[in-house]
Design a binder for this molecule. Sequence first.
Ligand SMILES: Cc1cc2nc3c(=O)[nH]c(=O)nc-3n(C[C@H](O)[C@H](O)[C@H](O)COP(=O)(O)OP(=O)(O)OC[C@H]3O[C@@H](n4cnc5c(N)ncnc54)[C@H](O)[C@@H]3O)c2cc1C
Length: 339
Amino acid sequence: MLHNVYDVTVIGGGPIGLFTAFYSGMRHLKTKLIECTSELGGKITMFYPEKTLRDIGGITGIKGEKLVKQLIRQAQTFDPTICLNQRISDLERLEDGCFLLKSETGETHRTRTVILTVGAGIWKPIKLDIPHAERYERGNLYYSVDRLESFRGQRVLISGGGNSAVDWANELAPIAKEVTVIHRHNKFYSHERSVSDMKAKTKVLTPYTVKALHGDGDVIQSVTVEHAETGLTKRMDIDALIVSHGIQGDYGKMAHWGLDMREERFVVNHAMATNIPGIFAAGDAVTYPYKLKLIAGGFQEGPVALNSAASYINPNAESMAMYSTHHETLLKMNHESLY
Ligand SMILES: Cc1cc2nc3c(=O)[nH]c(=O)nc-3n(C[C@H](O)[C@H](O)[C@H](O)COP(=O)(O)OP(=O)(O)OC[C@H]3O[C@@H](n4cnc5c(N)ncnc54)[C@H](O)[C@@H]3O)c2cc1C
């Protein structure tokens, strides 16, 4: 089959993949973005479309879905090819030095360089380890919060101690009738400010775990929680149980491409280069000392990876794109109306 050869193929259409695709266009590189789900936006779209993000430079607060919308519009500025519903699984180095990427569904893509912005791969929430708990997933047992409004007036129990649990507790506090947060440890793993807000706005029980679910098989009516040290239990009537015990990622066959990995992430150097020449990576997919596991960190890494890809394709290429203020294409656009 004859292939169109791309300069850069970004695998993963999360926030970092989208921004990297935009930056690739700024550098006049022929760009393709491949995402395995039917929607762009990565974890924001999957986990927290309605959460307000407040830790992105220059943006005082923005809903997740709005940020994704803006990232998509920005990514489309230079008209990259965007492919959805294709999980890239195989990689082959061709004789001319290009890569041939193959998806699980059989599509192939030819490219000079690859930028991996695949996050943790295909994610799955860590489920509640209680027999038959999955039956309640069609009722009121949730592993993510899609619509805050659907919890209005409810008694919500949140189990978990990380960022998501704390954020959801804070977002739901003004909407729900009552929010209780239980966590198996006394310490919460989130921003101090968010934890203190949560403690002020919700009922927090630590160290507690969910021990049993009571309901009719479709809807949970009450939950038994157990003190992790004393073993004492109490039963709580609830309308919704949100479990936020983390997520497990799976890179599938990508984990066997020969890329160096540590702590289940791809190892990159300061240039965001992996150990395979021509393959770069950015965002949640990477690990290196002092890695900032935030969107702000990925917004720096994507352009660095892209500049490295540009130098790999042409060693005489400029080390970075010109400022956006001086960019011909961007100058021709009325930016205020676009963004
Ligand atoms: C609940 C929650 C709240 C958060 N709040 C904040 C916050 O307030 N501020 C902040 O800065 N960060 C926050 N984060 C972290 C932030 O979401 C991540 O840092 C960010 O999403 C990383 O973006 P990414 O593009 O690297 O990866 P992801 O968002 O994970 O996107 C990766 C994409 O790659 C796709 N993909 C994976 N494998 C393949 C494959 N083989 N082929 C094709 N596509 C593939 C996935 O489907 C996904 O769309 C939060 C995270 C969570 C879970």
